[in-house]
Design a binder for this molecule. Structure first.
Ligand code: NAP
Ligand code: HSE
Length: 432
């Protein structure tokens, strides 16, 4: 039987899963690739670190040259995180003639144009299914299976860590800190989980999806974003009382001005498919003009789901499919962007608002007045009686009718200045 030599850089959560699939399930990959994939080299940073997988003798090193100087290794899975030295290593691998498979979305979101241009110049390919939504084959679906469509919108849960934390807090009463620790232990979180919980990881993935689906070339850090790191347990409870569940939602949608883009904690109707996505699961709801709505769901983080996507890319690369797709899609090429991000202030929707206010007369009237000045109409109000020990401060929860981000921002700026306000106001988008 034919064989192809492959290598891995990084043997952490994902790299270990990939090595396991290649070493323990070689028959399966050989059957699907029509040749065996021989794991020839694995390069790590710290050779002294204990590994959770038994490896054949002599394949583990900390020397990238063992890959770059071996002409028989044609494809490399780059499975380390961060920007540097990951970027330099990818460039070195490309220059030495390797095709690349990667799960590193931060790297692609930051340096996609440079890396993809370089791969094209050198006649190499970069496959990146595992970089968005872990085990869900969303890159292949958007770039190939749905290519007869003009994609109109994407509503997605793209960060497994945040969804796991929200689920642990809401369904199991876990504290935020405990839930973060558990997400790290389970291998869902990044080495530094800050970008998981502040919305950055989801924004990076949204930037990649928006490029594929809409031809948008947006810098991920320009996507308006808010994470779950500032969420209050009270908001999870009020959302439930109102018939919603809070999800960290990444949204991209065509409107008359361009492309609406944002990542934010959002109240999603209980019982709707997105609201029922729990734990480390991700989901992507895509609307195409021909196909209508399609919904993808699966584990978006974790060792084996992510390894599943990486190994599929390795197989696609050795059989030549990735090269064809890569050449045809012209990703991040110098050709002009097909659509630009629209003004965030004009993005419309309904909102959930919570104000902590002094329990005295006319508070509601003044808040309603400030909202009314911006033409924002109130859909419902919740105010429970002050609890013992609350020192005369009560939460006031308001659901609005449709308005714009800009109008709401102006109204909130006014309300935050009012004398009865205690602490900062909270606002979240609502998806009905
Ligand atoms: P991880 O557990 O932190 O592992 C990172 C690996 O990279 C380690 O084995 C480390 O070596 C190696 N490494 C770091 N610097 C290196 C260098 N200079 N040269 C060679 N190797 C180096 O990370 P992970 O969770 O597997 O994630 C890897 C990538 O996949 C990240 O980009 C992440 O965003 C992405 N991803 C992760 C998941 C997930 O569920 N974890 C899902 C999808 C995508 P040592 O072991 O020697 O320290
Ligand atoms: N840290 C990421 C997440 C891994 O939790 O979604 C998958 O990209």
């Amino acid at each position: 039987m034919l064989h192809t030599k492959v290598a891995i850089v990084g043997l952490g959560t994902v790299g270990t899963g990939v090595a396991r699939l290649l070493l323990e399930f070689g028959d399966r990959t050989a059957r699907h690739a029509g040749r065996s994939l021989v794991l020839e080299q694995i390069v790590v940073k710290d050779l002294q670190k204990a590994r959770t997988i038994k490896l054949p003798a002599g394949i583990l090193s900390d020397d990238i040259k063992r890959i770059t100087l071996d002409p028989e290794i044609t494809v490399v899975a780059l499975l380390m995180g961060g920007l540097e030295p990951a970027r330099s290593i990818m460039l070195e691998l490309l220059a030495s003639g390797k095709n690349i498979v990667t799960a590193n979305k931060a790297l692609l979101a930051a340096h996609g144009p440079e890396l993809f241009d370089r791969a094209r110049e050198l006649g190499r390919s970069i496959a990146f299914e595992a970089s968005v939504a872990g085990g869900i084959p969303i890159i292949a679906n958007i770039s190939q299976c749905l290519s007869a469509n003009q994609i109109q919108s994407i509503h997605a849960i793209l960060n497994g860590t945040s969804n796991y934390i929200l689920t642990q807090m809401e369904a199991h009463g876990a504290s935020y800190a405990d839930a973060v620790r558990e997400a790290q232990r389970l291998g869902y979180a990044e080495a530094d989980p800050t970008m998981d919980v502040d919305g950055s990881d989801a924004a990076q993935k949204l930037a990649i999806l928006s490029h594929l689906a809409f031809g948008a070339r947006v810098a991920w850090h320009e996507i308006p974003r808010q994470g779950i790191d500032t969420l209050d347990l009270a908001d999870l409870r009020y959302a439930k009382e109102l018939g919603y569940r809070i999800k960290l939602l990444a949204v991209a949608g065509l409107n008359s001005d361009g492309l609406e883009l944002h990542v934010s904690p959002t109240l999603v109707k209980l019982g709707s498919p997105l609201a029922e996505v729990r734990g480390a699961y991700n989901a992507i709801s895509v609307v195409g003009d021909a196909v209508g709505r399609v919904f993808f769901s699966g584990l978006g983080a974790g060792q084996m789901p992510t390894a599943s996507a990486v190994v599929a890319d390795l197989i696609d690369t050795v059989v030549g499919r990735s090269t064809i797709t890569f050449r045809t899609l012209e990703l991040w090429s110098k050709q002009g962007a097909r659509v630009a991000a629209s003004d965030y202030g004009s993005v419309s929707g309904r909102y959930y608002l919570r104000f902590n206010v002094a329990d005295r007369p006319s508070v509601l009237a003044e808040i309603a007045g400030a909202l009314g000045k911006e033409n924002i109409s109130i859909a419902s109000v919740i105010q429970h009686e002050a609890e013992e020990g609350s020192q005369g401060v009560v939460p006031l929860v308001i659901m609005t009718h449709n308005t714009t981000e800009g109008a709401l921002g102006r109204a909130i700026d006014t309300i935050d200045q009012l004398a009865f306000m205690r602490g900062r106001s909270v606002r979240m988008r609502v998806l009905d």
